[in-house]
Design a protein around this ligand. Structure first.
Ligand code: SF4
Ligand code: SF4
Length: 489
């Protein structure tokens, strides 16, 4: 396959050497796991367990609620300690409904059925089983994998793209997964090809991971449908739209989907999870996480039960050596700043970073825009970040949408190159928040209007019914006219 190019992008210094090549280790099982009900796009999952209940490992804890929701399963055996609010893995630090599980250390699996050969199942059934295992996009998008598979098959997607690019600095969990578990990933790809009824797959890996490229090439040698492709390393080559552009030269239309180009992108971790679900009947209850950063004494790649706290992971890696360190979930470009270490790992977590002030490069107060245009050159989506931020500052919500705010993928490339250190993505996040609040207000106003109209209609109906009843009563009371007929002679 011939490679094309995508516009913009940046070259942040790679810090992958901190954790690259570190074999995947299992995090010792924490005594308590915190499993947020919202770990996916769509509505939060609905608990099916009660406080005090004993559960086996892999047992269903909460079922999907709605088309783009995903179920949750017990990452270990133990007892449900509480169902309540707990800090979300998000900069806001707001609480989210969460199931809290006290583990019993036994790792006792709930009863599992031996799964049938996945290739004897219909494509629909394979996608259904992927959904039932609670698999969501492991690259951070958190969209249910089964929905993507079903919709892509219906759309006639011909190529499955397996994203092993992993372009964020510091993060190496996918690299290590490919190095160590290439055979299982290759099997997951074959299973997904069957679910899609697609003819081929391309595994795209940045060239800075030669061991992963070699391991995947060896594992896929027997399957002519799967090609392994090295990509030039440039951030954000691992974003789905940029990946599609690199592979096809096609731009995903504004507001469109990748599948419009005939390609479906899934992360390598998702392929591995599909293998576990379809071959071993294992739901998605753990994931590989990179723990790294200058303030982490022993950076590592850890296999972690969903719901372990960032604090558990950091403690296993020697703690945090600099109290001014900034904590992030994900990479330094697109990751979420954390309010503290007491937040749980969720299905989409690929990294926990503790960065020193030097690494964060705190630049002090931003200075005014000098209209150098660097942000425009760096934007992979062809947007005008300086103009977008001007609209956000002026609270021009219509203008910012017209300039393409919805196409901004918060990659941070614009802020990375800005010599004035303007926190451009923060302005965009602010604008998104304001627009969402505006939409909520409009919905509320519309709902209030509907309720008032319904109330008025009900009132009018009641008045009409009363009037009709009164008329009927009056008619009933009216003296009957008796016609006395004259006697016939
Ligand atoms: S890079 Fe910064 S200073 Fe240059 S135009 Fe963009 S916002 Fe202005
Ligand atoms: S954050 Fe948005 S505006 Fe800035 S470079 Fe990325 S896509 Fe463009």
């Amino acid at each position: 396959m011939r490679l094309h190019d995508f516009r913009g992008g940046v070259h942040p210094p790679s810090q992958k050497h901190l954790s690259a090549g570190r074999p995947i280790e299992s995090l010792p099982l924490p005594a308590r796991l915190y499993i947020p009900l919202q770990q996916h796009a769509g509505a939060p999952a609905l608990p099916v367990v009660t406080v005090g209940q004993q559960v086996g490992k892999g047992e269903l804890l909460a079922r999907a609620q709605g088309a783009t929701s995903a179920p949750l399963h017990a990452p270990s055996s133990g007892r449900i300690a509480a169902i309540g609010e707990f800090t979300a893995p998000h900069a806001s630090g707001l609480p989210l409904p969460t199931i809290i599980l006290d583990t019993d250390g036994e790792e006792r699996w709930a009863e599992r059925a031996p799964p049938p050969d996945p290739f004897s199942l219909s494509p629909e059934e394979v996608a259904r089983r992927v959904g039932a295992a609670g698999i969501v996009g492991m690259g951070g998008a958190n969209f249910p994998a089964s929905v993507k598979l079903s919709k892509a098959r219906q759309a006639g997607v011909h190529t499955l793209v397996i994203n092993g690019a992993e372009c964020e600095p510091y993060v190496t969990c996918d690299d290590q997964l490919m190095r160590e578990r290439a055979g299982e990933i290759a099997d997951g790809i074959a299973i997904m090809l069957h679910a899609l009824q697609a003819s081929r797959a391309v595994i795209a890996i940045e060239n800075n991971k030669p061991e992963a490229i070699q391991a995947m090439s060896d594992a896929c040698r027997h399957d002519a449908r799967i090609e392994v492709l090295g990509l030039p390393s440039r951030y954000p080559a691992g974003s789905a739209k940029q990946l599609i552009q690199l592979l096809t030269g096609l731009e995903t239309p504004a507001g469109g989907r990748g599948t419009d180009t005939g390609l479906l992108v899934h992360n390598v971790g998702t392929a591995y999870a599909a293998h576990r679900a379809l071959r071993h009947d294992r739901p998605l209850i753990s994931r590989i996480v990179t723990v790294s950063g200058g303030a982490v004494p022993e950076p590592r790649n850890l296999e972690v039960p969903i719901g372990a706290l960032a604090a558990d992971l950091l403690a296993y890696c020697g703690g945090v050596s600099d109290e001014r360190a900034r904590l992030l979930m994900g990479g330094p470009m697109m990751g979420q700043p954390l309010p503290g270490p007491q937040v749980p790992v969720i299905k989409g977590t690929n990294g926990i970073l503790a960065l020193t002030p030097d690494e964060v490069g705190e630049a002090g107060e931003p200075s005014p825009c000098i209209r150098c245009g660097r942000c425009v050159e760096a934007c992979p989506m062809g947007l005008l970040p300086l103009e977008l931020s001007k609209r956000a500052r002026g609270e021009d919500w219509e203008g910012i949408q017209a300039l393409g705010l919805n196409d901004c993928m918060s990659c941070g490339s614009c802020a990375y190159v800005c010599p004035s250190h303007i926190p451009l993505p923060q302005y965009f996040a602010y604008a998104r928040g304001m627009l969402a609040a505006q939409r909520r207000e409009e919905q509320k106003a519309r709902r209030t209007r509907e309720l008032m109209e319904q109330r008025q209609a009900r009132f009018e109906r009641q008045e009409r019914a009363k009037a009709e009843a009164a008329a009927a009563r009056r008619a009933a009371k009216k003296p009957r006219t008796v016609v006395l007929e004259a006697d016939e002679d």
